[in-house]
Ligand binder design. Structure first.
Ligand SMILES: NC(=O)c1ccc[n+]([C@@H]2O[C@H](COP(=O)([O-])OP(=O)(O)OC[C@H]3O[C@@H](n4cnc5c(N)ncnc54)[C@H](O)[C@@H]3O)[C@@H](O)[C@H]2O)c1
Length: 323
C-alpha cells in the first residue's frame, strides 16, 4: 500500500514506518521535526518536512495516491498541555481535522490513530476496558479523546475506515532487519524507563519516585509497559482490519502491571548501576494502578505481545542507548 505516516520522525512513528517499509509498503513520512529527528526516518521512506496543521493545502496532492494514513503527529507532554492547552487543541485536534479534511478531498479513506490511556483519566478499575468511562484529567488526554470522537463521526458520516489504538506506557527499542536501531529520543523526557537509564548513563544524578504510599504492594504506582516492537506490529494489523464506516478502538498494553520500584530494580540489574532514587510527593492526577486489558485486540485482530517482561524492554532500551 501507499501510506502516509505523520510523526514518522518520532519514536513510535519511526518504528512503525520501519516495519511498514520492511513489509513492502511505500511509505511517506510527514513531520514538522518539533520533537522528532530527520535521521529517524527509515532509509526506504520518503520524507516531507511540514505540519499537519498546514496539510489541507500542502498535501492534498500527495495524499491523492495514498491508500491510508498512520497518524502519530501530536504534542504529547501532559505538563505542557496544562500550561499551554491552546497548543494541544491546535496541533492534536485542529491538525487532525485538517488532515481528515485533506484525506476526504484526496479520497483517502483509511486511518490508524495514536490515541492514549490518558483518554480514560483516573480509571475506576483495572485492567481498563475500551468500554470504560473516558474522563481525561488534562488537555493532552482531552484533545486525543476529541480526535477519537471526530473519527467516530467521520466514519458514520463519510464512511471513513478508522482504528484508534490507545497506548499505555511504551518502551524499548526496535532493531530493523538491516540492523538499524530505532529508539526513544525525546528532548523533554517524561517516561520512567529512559529517565532511569539516563541516571545509569551519567546524564542525571538520581531518579524521582513520586509517591511511595499508594495502595499497591510496594507503595509505588503500577503501570503497564508495552514493547515498541509489539506496539508497532499492532498498527500493521489495524491497517488491514480498517473497515469503511467503522471506527474501532483498541487498548494496547501487555496486560501486566509493574510497579515503579520493580522497574527501577530491573534497570539496576540490567545496567549494573546503583541508580540512586529520591522519594518525592505524589503527583496530582497519578492513578495508583493503570493497566490495560488488551483482550479485545488479541481476540479481534489476533495481536499477541511477544515481549512480555519489563526486563526485555529495559534490556533493549539500554543496548540501544549504548550503541
Ligand atoms: N510514547 C508513549 O508512551 C505514548 C503513549 C500514548 C500515546 N502516545 C502517542 O503516540 C504518538 C507518538 O508518540 P512518540 O512517543 O513517538 O512521540 P514523539 O514526540 O517522538 O513523536 C511525535 C512526532 O510528531 C511530530 N509532530 C508533532 N506535531 C506535529 C505536527 N503538527 N505536524 C507534523 N508533525 C508533528 C514530532 O516532530 C515527532 O516527530 C503521539 O501521538 C502520542 O500522543 C505515545
Amino acid at each position: 500500500m501507499k501510506l502516509l505516516v505523520t510523526g514518522g520522525a518520532g519514536y513510535i512513528g519511526s518504528v512503525v514506518a520501519a516495519q511498514l517499509v520492511e513489509a513492502g509498503h511505500e511509505v511517506t513520512v510527514l513531520d514538522d521535526l518539533s520533537t522528532g529527528h530527520a535521521d529517524a526516518v527509515p532509509a526506504g521512506a520518503r520524507f516531507v518536512e511540514g505540519s499537519i496543521t498546514e496539510v489541507a493545502d500542502a498535501l492534498t496532492g500527495t495524499l491523492a495516491d495514498m491508500d491510508g494514513v498512520l497518524h502519530f503527529a501530536a504534542k504529547s507532554l501532559v505538563g505542557e498541555s496544562v500550561e499551554k492547552p491552546g497548543l494541544y487543541w491546535e496541533h492534536n485536534l485542529g491538525g487532525t481535522l485538517a488532515l481528515l479534511d485533506a484525506m476526504r478531498a484526496a479520497g483517502v479513506g483509511r486511518i490508524v490513530f495514536s490515541s492514549t490511556a490518558a483518554t480514560y483519566g483516573e480509571p475506576e478499575r483495572s485492567p481498563v476496558l475500551e468500554t470504560d468511562p473516558t474522563r481525561p484529567t488534562n488537555p493532552y488526554g482531552a484533545s486525543k479523546l476529541a480526535v477519537d470522537t471526530a473519527l467516530t463521526a467521520f466514519a458514520g458520516l463519510y464512511g471513513l475506515a478508522a482504528v484508534s489504538l490507545r497506548y499505555f506506557n511504551v518502551g524499548g527499542a526496535y532493531t530493523a532487519g538491516d540492523g538499524r536501531v530505532y529508539r526513544e529520543r525525546h528532548t523533554v523526557e517524561t517516561h520512567l524507563i529512559p529517565n532511569v537509564l539516563a541516571v545509569a548513563l551519567g546524564g542525571r544524578e538520581s531518579v524521582s519516585l513520586f509517591g511511595t504510599d499508594y495502595p499497591t504492594p510496594d507503595g509505588t504506582c503500577v503501570r503497564d509497559y508495552i514493547h515498541v516492537a509489539d506496539l508497532a506490529r499492532a498498527h500493521l494489523l489495524a491497517l488491514e482490519a480498517c473497515s469503511p464506516g467503522e471506527h474501532r478502538i483498541y487498548n494496547l498494553g501487555n496486560g501486566n502491571g509493574f510497579s515503579v520500584r520493580e522497574v527501577l530494580d530491573v534497570c539496576r540489574e540490567v545496567t549494573g548501576h546503583e541508580i540512586p532514587a529520591v522519594v518525592r510527593e505524589r503527583r496530582a492526577g497519578d492513578p495508583a494502578v493503570l493497566v490495560a486489558s488488551s483482550d479485545k485486540i488479541q481476540r479481534e485482530l489476533g495481536w499477541k505481545p511477544e515481549h512480555l517482561s519489563v526486563r526485555e524492554i529495559v534490556t533493549d532500551a539500554w543496548a540501544a542507548l549504548r550503541r
